[in-house]
Design a protein around this ligand. Structure first.
Ligand SMILES: Nc1ncnc2c1ncn2[C@@H]1O[C@H](COP(=O)(O)OP(=O)(O)OP(=O)(O)O)[C@@H](O)[C@H]1O
Ligand SMILES: [Mg+2]
Length: 270
């Protein structure tokens, strides 16, 4: 890796404190990071280590208590609704529960048309929009003709997950944040979803940030790994550096849960 990689998203001293006084929780505690264009990053840590809180700050869904986020090297400004909307064209997320990403009163057509509108395609002829929606669905092995006029809750869990990726296909964000997108589905779908995300990353060159407690997954998918413990990044570096030669006892402890890490990764067991 060299320093010519373009900065995509970075942060200095980013901190989130919930509550006050004795109720106070320092969920994210002065973290520094630098994510680059096209890089695949995993943020790994135990339950409660602050991963989702960090993700929400990166997305601008909750404010930071201290510190700054930089987008493409410039301090992020999401001070107005309009600026936020613009920021969300660049950064998108898929969450643990696919269902939570949809407005349940919107039909699938509406969900996908929204993505086309967000990308400035609102005035395209209807036939062109249908073509784009069909292409996005077929990218994830869904048939648009079978989805049209249905609601997301009428789909199976796996289909909902794939619809989420079809949305990303249409939105083409610079950054995609995936907060354990695979935890609730079976092994086969998990590998499939990962595969789609990797293809999408190759196709549109986006930066992928995986948030997981699965250090094995992190080793398998990422260029760079950040290890999070009690709100802090205790270790970071290339996946090989961090996982094959961990310096921190906490990282070693996470690795102990994955005894076969040094063996060839077998996708059928992911
Ligand atoms: N809205 C909130 N109000 C108060 N405390 C919160 C809030 N959200 C999170 N926390 C606390 O912040 C800490 C970090 O939570 P967070 O959800 O970021 O962890 P996580 O690493 O995503 O865990 P998991 O792997 O279980 O998803 C926890 O102690 C949690 O209780
Ligand atoms: Mg979480």
């Amino acid at each position: 890796m060299n320093d010519e990689r373009k900065l995509c998203l970075s942060g200095k001293g980013l901190t989130k404190v919930f509550g006050l006084g004795r109720q106070k929780t320092v969920a994210v505690d002065h973290v520094d990071f630098a994510f680059h264009e096209g890089e695949i990053i995993s943020i790994v840590g135990e339950s409660g280590s602050g991963k989702t809180t960090l993700a929400k700050m990166l997305l601008g869904l909750i404010g930071e208590t201290e510190g700054e986020v930089y987008f493409q090297g410039v301090k992020r400004d999401i001070g107005s609704q309009k600026k936020k909307q613009n920021y969300w064209k660049q950064i998108q997320a898929i969450f643990q529960d696919p269902f939570s990403s949809y407005n349940i009163f919107h039909k699938i057509d509406e969900v996908l048309l929204d993505c086309i509108r967000m990308r400035g395609g609102g005035k395209l002829p209807h036939a062109k929009k249908v073509e784009m929606m069909t292409e996005a669905c077929s990218f994830v092995n869904l048939k648009f003709e079978e989805l049209t006029n249905k609601y997301p809750f009428e789909l199976s869990g796996g289909q909902q997950q794939r619809l989420m990726i079809a949305r990303i296909f249409l939105l083409k964000p610079k950054i995609l944040l995936a907060d354990e997108p695979t935890s609730m589905i079976d092994a086969c779908s998990r590998a499939t979803i990962l595969d789609f995300l990797m293809q999408l990353r190759d196709e549109i060159g986006m930066t992928l940030i995986f948030i997981t407690h699965d250090i094995g997954l992190a080793y398998y998918v990422s260029d760079t790994v950040y290890i999070m413990e009690k709100g802090k990044f205790v270790e970071s570096g290339s996946a090989d550096e961090v996982i094959l030669n961990p310096q921190q006892p906490y990282t070693r402890r996470l690795l102990n849960d994955v005894p076969k890490i040094h063996e060839e990764w077998d996708l059928s067991t992911v």
